[in-house]
Design a protein around this ligand. Structure first.
Ligand code: URA
Length: 433
């Protein structure tokens, strides 16, 4: 086999076999296939697409390039969730404790934020003392004891993805369903869970801008998961406005704690409940959604879910007093309120702009090596569909020294206010299973 022949085959629109994909990906990891050859191959994929057979083969190669987490020591069902990335997405911090309180195990490896989207690890690290780097042994032991752990990578999983993703990032080849699906699913499969829920974000603040695109990606990921005998369900969820109110790090953790106390923002609470309900259905813990929602509300009302979060903080070295005393979190020096210039209805809140604005304050990174400021961020108080008067509160900026004036303008510009009545946004746009 010759690399150049396989590049030409894909460029001419033909399907590659499993052996041919093995030759390319394995060769790339071993530095036999060069960066420029792989770039040409990736571009041919972006232009001509991939069949499900090719997607499964790509996933297999990426998965088998590294270590895989063995969860077999853990009694009971292990579940995992993955979000394709959004603004204000602190869902794992609420869904994990609820599912653990209901007897499922969530052994999750999360990521850091990059660009306009936040990362669960950065959020958790805003809890004083919280450790995201723990050994594989401690990770498994923690899940055995409390059913919940959210950590950084404990093993060298999917090194092929790291190499491919870095190349895709700089060659304009990120945005291809086959490449995204195999990249995400190889990592999820390597993480070892029996049941996987994929939260595929749709809209301005997300990777997939339209429902059609998101459906195609969701179907591809579900098919790949099924080919490995895992239970996979994908929810298509709205990212046309930031999720909940808080966009930042400590302020998102506070919002997650509030939600576990039953007083979170409405749209965020609903999303968390729906994700948990789907997870209970896919793992056969309940027979229908109504039953699932009753169980979920019960563990919120009786504080069992909140206590699971507290236990996780304690196990991972964090200061558990944050649960009741939010002043223990790092605090921003400046709190700036942003008011409406005009009366009307909120038509749009550009989640991407809000995400970038929070990054400018220091809540996110531009480069992997950047440090983040855990205290800063933006609370988006008004939501799409709200009727507002002039001078009503739209948002609150929590800032230290960076970017205050620019961010104030960005936040105002993120809001589109119109005279015509607008509906509130639907959170759940579809389910693929
Ligand atoms: N997230 C991933 O992990 N991989 C992609 O290719 C895109 C989003």
């Amino acid at each position: 086999m010759r690399t150049v022949d396989l590049i030409v085959k894909k460029k001419d629109g033909f399907e590659l076999s499993t052996e041919e994909i093995h030759f390319l990906i394995d060769g790339y990891v071993k530095n036999i296939v060069t960066d420029y050859q792989m770039s040409a191959f990736l571009m041919a994929i972006c232009i001509n697409g991939t069949t499900i057979g090719e997607q499964v083969a790509l996933t297999k190669e990426i998965l088998e390039s590294g270590e895989q987490v063995d969860l077999s020591e853990i009694d009971g069902l292990c579940v995992d969730k993955h979000s394709t990335g959004g603004v204000g997405d602190k869902t794992t911090l609420v869904v994990g404790p609820i599912l653990a309180a209901l007897g499922l195990n969530l052994a999750k490896m999360s990521g850091r934020g990059l660009g306009h989207t936040g990362g669960t690890l950065d959020k958790l690290e805003s809890i004083p003392g919280f450790k995201i780097s723990i050994s594989s042994k401690d990770f498994i032991n923690q899940v055995k004891k409390i059913g919940l752990a959210v950590v950084g990578q404990t093993l060298n999983i999917t090194p092929a993805d790291k190499k491919l993703y870095a190349l895709r990032d700089v060659t304009g080849t990120v945005n291809s369903v086959g490449l995204i699906a195999s990249s995400i699913m190889s990592k999820k499969l390597a993480s070892g869970a029996h049941s996987i829920l994929l939260d595929v974000k749709v809209g301005e603040g997300a990777f997939m801008k339209t429902l059609e695109e998101a459906k195609v990606l969701a179907k591809a990921m579900v098919e790949i998961g099924k080919s490995y005998g895992r239970d996979v369900v994908a929810m298509l969820t709205n990212m046309e406005e930031p999720l909940g109110e808080a966009v930042g790090n400590s302020i998102e953790v506070i919002e997650a704690i509030d939600t576990l106390k039953g007083r979170g923002p409405k749209n965020f609470t609903k999303l968390c409940e729906e994700i948990c309900a789907e997870m209970l259905i896919v793992t056969n813990q309940v027979t229908n959604k109504e039953e699932a929602l009753i169980k979920i509300k019960e563990v919120i009302n009786n504080k069992q879910a909140l206590n699971k979060f507290k236990e996780m903080i304690a196990f991972q070295g964090g200061d558990v007093r944050v649960i009741d005393d939010y002043s223990i979190f790092p605090q921003a020096k400046n709190i700036i309120k942003v008011y409406a210039n005009n009366p009307g209805y909120i038509k749009k809140i550009d989640a991407y702009l809000v995400g970038v604005a929070a990054s400018k304050l220091g809540a996110g990174r531009n480069k992997k090596e950047d440090n983040i400021d855990p205290a800063v961020g933006i609370k988006v108080i008004a939501k799409v569909g709200d009727k507002i008067n002039k001078d009503d509160l739209l948002a609150i900026i929590y800032a230290n020294d960076l970017g205050i004036d620019e961010v104030k303008n960005d936040v105002l510009n993120a809001f589109t206010i119109t005279k015509e009545k607008q509906n509130h946004l639907e959170m759940i746009l579809g389910i693929v299973n």
